[in-house]
Design a protein. Structure first.
Length: 87
């Protein structure tokens, strides 16, 4: 479980510090209730799914853009240069 990622995704705007990678190192600075370790564990799978979906959407958008550039008549090499990819 990546506590930093969970807190960044699910508790954006909250203030906290994390000493190390363990829940014991979490210091909650916000006025709201500190989430329990069980609550963080419970949402970890959905946070991972969200991250994977975001990565897939980004990759799909890139492929769509490449396809559109190709449809406009750009060569594979021109598309690679436009995206900073090696030829």
């Amino acid at each position: 479980m990546d506590i930093t990622t969970i807190l960044s995704k699910r508790y954006a705007g909250s203030e906290w510090t994390l000493d190390g990678d363990e829940y014991a190192g979490l210091t909650w600075l916000s006025d709201t209730a500190k989430p329990t370790e069980a609550a963080l564990s419970k949402v970890w799978a959905s946070v991972q799914d969200e991250i994977a979906a975001e990565a897939k959407a980004k990759a799909d958008a890139k492929l769509s853009t490449i396809d559109k550039l190709k449809a406009l008549g750009l060569t594979v090499e021109e598309v690679q240069v436009a995206f900073g990819l090696s030829a």
